[in-house]
Design a protein around this ligand. Structure first.
Ligand SMILES: C[S@@+](CC[C@H](N)C(=O)[O-])C[C@H]1O[C@@H](n2cnc3c(N)ncnc32)[C@H](O)[C@@H]1O
Length: 253
């Protein structure tokens, strides 16, 4: 069986119990060495075969999975954060489907929620926004025109921008035009790693602060009023608001 597992953002204890179990049983592990902590491999059994996918092509990865499956072995393909977000897993799953090889996907803690935890904020505040946009700016991979950051910013939602810290000027420029006002920004570099760094700013000063700190990769750009604003309290815990699990004044049904 192939397990496509989200390793979480960095801290080894942020993998799921299911992911750790699969990892500790695996005969073969293919891990994204550029972003996944090597400390995860300490949970593998003795004699496990390890492959760092940083130096492998899609064909190489599939070949390892195919051979291991033929030998009746369990394989863990370890991705950073949650594998469904910029994980390039679709192309792997399509190849496995063609070969009739079974697989299962184990979700993980994404770096975007890890970054929100690092700054102790909530993306979805009543009266502010109920929407989160996960996006990136175009680098070598293009972004559809309809999803241009300027256009997305005009929604006024909370945003987590991946893969874009090296283009911070471009990000700020598009956000300024889209939001049409200044807005709080937090940069979280290496969220949950021991050397995690957080920088707060606004559209006016964040690019300068990022350059001063020398942050060039592995960072989340969190944007939106949720970082610093007034908000309304949640109806869920409001004593005058009843719902299916609670009648009035906090009495449980
Ligand atoms: C290829 S994407 C993978 C995203 C991953 N699947 C996830 O759910 O977090 C890599 C990008 O995720 C972000 N990233 C990954 N790990 C991070 C971390 N620990 N702290 C901050 N950003 C991180 C950065 O923006 C980086 O450029």
């Amino acid at each position: 069986m192939i397990y496509i597992v989200g390793a979480g953002p960095g801290d080894v204890d942020l993998i799921t119990v299911k992911g750790r179990d699969a990892l500790s049983r695996a005969d073969v592990v293919i891990y994204a060495g550029s972003l996944v902590s090597p400390a995860h491999l300490e949970f593998c059994k003795e004699g496990v075969e390890k492959f760092n996918s940083a130096s492998m092509t899609l064909e190489d990865v599939i070949e390892v999975m195919k051979r291991a499956t033929e030998e009746g072995k369990d394989v863990v393909r370890l991705h950073t954060g949650d594998p469904a977000i910029y994980g390039a897993i679709k192309e792997q799953m399509d190849e496995l489907d063609k070969l009739n090889i079974e697989y299962t996907v184990v979700p993980g803690v994404s770096s975007c929620t890890a970054a929100a935890a690092a700054i102790k904020k909530e993306f979805t505040l009543p009266g502010v926004t109920q929407t989160i946009i996960l996006t990136r700016v175009e680098g070598r991979t293009p972004v559809p025109e309809t999803e241009d950051l300027e256009r997305l910013a005009s929604v006024g939602a909370s945003m987590a921008i991946f893969l874009s810290i090296s283009m911070i000027e471009k990000v700020v420029d598009k956000l300024r035009r889209g939001y049409g006002k200044n807005v709080p920004i937090a940069i979280v570099e290496r969220a949950t790693w021991e050397n995690e760094r957080v920088i707060f700013g606004t559209l006016d000063d964040i690019a300068e602060k990022v350059h001063e700190a020398g942050i060039k990769k592995q960072a989340q750009i969190l944007v939106g009023d949720f970082i610093d604003c007034e908000y309304e309290k949640s109806k869920l815990y409001d004593k005058d608001f009843t719902h299916m699990f609670r009648s009035s004044h906090g009495k449980n049904k």
